[in-house]
Design a protein around this ligand. Structure first.
Ligand code: NAD
Length: 496
């Protein structure tokens, strides 16, 4: 079995470490082995990135942007073949994979405007003859640790902006689908990125720890489950690193009885089942307000019409779950939900796909009468499972959502501007959709999860990411000319 290579100093290199198999989620066919890099390999990658940084930080900003322009073009040209490989290792249907790659390309496009994104500020005459201005400078070597569910998009949230700002980068992708990141590196080299600028070191927990402990890495961007996000956040801080850690979610969609019923239900079902429910912005809880609770049979019918299938099945609504362990975890939640007294209106636990007996399939699953105390409500299940709760008023819906510890995304479907305005103002969630089920912002905004869905200060991509990957230096300067008055060194006197 072929062992996947690490990408260090512009070359794909063999790792000395043992690996684990990477499997096709629809068939269990082993696609490759992913090595868990040794400590020496991690150290070599960081040292190589430090060397690349020295040259890259001096590279003029337009030249850096030009590499990203070229990269954007290559990613677009190869979008389909990247998506095909991505489908294979994640189990995603081709349409979802194409969408994922596209959302990553958009971040590269945005990173091309680094010259304006990274501008400093100037105030002339802070005192007589004295100016203050700020310079925005790169940090050095930054690191990224990414989850399985978006092996192209989430890495592309990180390193294009980091390198646009003048940094070098170490990427530790998910060990569950590590092949796509290697493909992204082939194209980055082709785009003209210098050797060592972005290094890919494969592995799992030990490699994450090695990154968090390595003194050569200045900042760490993490995306993954809440338990690991918390761990990474605290450990990075304890090792004096800047950190942003994006975590899990329980995203609600509120339906008011004045909503466009067909639109609301179609959007809800797409947001629950898309990408097999393995999206951090997937809707996993519906709050049915007043008479909208009577739409449950329509929601059930719409969910029952969606079926999973292999990546190249044009009729399938979504693909296989990433692993047997993920599938079994989802099935155990379905059993827990039943045991806790929720009504399982549609049960996807016994799901088969013709011709794919070994796939990690879970059918769409719908629970009614779910209470906030049940584990199927409190926990992120990360599968095509929807829990529904009826409430009497919009205020009740807002209270329910605000009491939930997660705060990644939320959505409301209504035809009332007043209700939507109140909702956007009062709801304590970082990304709000109004008649939009999955409000993931485009990259000129940032991805702004709240509460337990995010640990840190500065968010991923957009302007906040530019601040995350840079240091601000503030210069106060005066110049003497022969004729000018000699300025006093005492600024308070000059300010009078
Ligand atoms: P995960 O937390 O299991 O893994 C994420 C990364 O951490 C991987 O690279 C993995 O190798 C590493 N890791 C795993 N266990 C570790 C440990 N004990 N110590 C240190 N590192 C460890 O997450 P996942 O299952 O790959 O991804 C799904 C999760 O990611 C979901 O919870 C989802 O909501 C979340 N997610 C969040 C966002 C967001 O923007 N908030 C985006 C995508 C995914």
């Amino acid at each position: 079995m072929e062992k996947l290579k690490l990408f260090i100093d512009g070359e794909f290199v063999d790792s000395q470490a043992d690996g684990i198999p990477v499997t096709d989620p629809a068939t269990q066919e082993v696609l490759c082995e992913v090595p868990f890099a040794t400590g020496d390999e991690m150290d070599r990658a960081v040292r190589g990135a430090q060397a690349a940084f020295e040259g890259w930080r001096e590279t003029p900003v337009p030249e850096r942007a030009r590499v990203l322009f070229a990269y954007q073009g290559l990613l677009k040209r190869h979008q389909e073949d990247i998506a095909r490989g991505l489908s294979r290792e994640t189990g995603k249907i081709f349409e979802d994979a194409m969408g994922e790659v596209w959302r990553g390309i958009e971040v590269v496009e945005h990173a091309c405007s680094v010259a304006s994104l990274g501008m400093g500020e100037t105030v002339e005459n802070v005192a007589r003859g004295i100016d203050t201005y700020s310079l925005v400078q790169p940090l050095g070597v930054c690191g990224g640790i990414t989850p399985f569910n978006f092996p192209a998009m989430v890495p592309l949230w990180m390193y294009p902006i980091a390198v646009a700002c003048g940094n070098a980068f170490i990427l530790k992708p998910s060990e569950q689908d590590p092949m796509t990141p290697n493909r992204l590196m082939e194209l980055l080299s082709e785009a003209g990125a210098p050797d060592g600028l972005v290094q890919v070191v494969h592995g799992g927990k030990d490699q994450v720890d090695a990154m968090l402990e390595h003194p050569g890495i200045r900042a760490v961007s993490f995306v993954g489950s809440v338990a690991v996000a918390r761990y990474v956040y605290h450990k990075a801080a304890a090792n004096d690193k800047r950190v942003q850690a994006l975590a899990g979610a329980k995203n609600h969609l509120v339906i008011l009885p004045d909503a466009d019923k067909d639109q609301a239900i179609a959007s809800l079902v797409g947001a629950v089942c898309g990408a097999a429910g393995q999206r951090c912005m997937a809707i996993s809880a519906a709050v049915l307000v007043g008479e909208a609770a009577e739409w449950l049979p329509d929601i059930k019918a719409a969910m029952a019409a969606v079926r999973p299938g292999p990546w190249n099945d044009g009729e399938a609504g979504y693909g296989a779950q990433i692993s047997r362990a993920s599938r079994d975890r989802i099935l155990s939640y379905i059993e827990k939900g039943k045991a806790e007294g929720a009504r399982c209106v549609l049960d996807g636990s016994d799901c088969a796909v013709a011709g794919y007996p070994d796939g990690n399939w879970v059918g769409p699953t719908l629970f009614a009468d779910v209470t906030p105390a049940m584990s199927i409500y409190t926990d992120e299940i990360f599968g095509p499972v929807l829990v529904t709760t009826p409430v009497e008023t919009l205020g009740d819906a807002i209270d329910l959502i605000n009491a939930n510890p997660f705060g990644n995304g939320v959505s409301i479907f209504t035809s009332s501007g007043g209700a939507a305005r109140r909702f956007q103002h009062e709801v304590q969630v970082g990304q709000v959709g109004i008649n939009i089920p999955i409000p993931v912002p485009l990259p000129f905004f940032s991805f702004t999860g709240w509460k337990n869905s995010f640990f840190g200060d500065l968010h991923a991509y957009g302007k906040q990411a530019v601040r995350f990957y840079t240091e601000t230096k503030t210069v106060t300067a005066r110049w003497f000319d022969e004729e000018g008055e000699r300025a006093s060194a005492n600024m308070t006197i000059n300010l009078r």
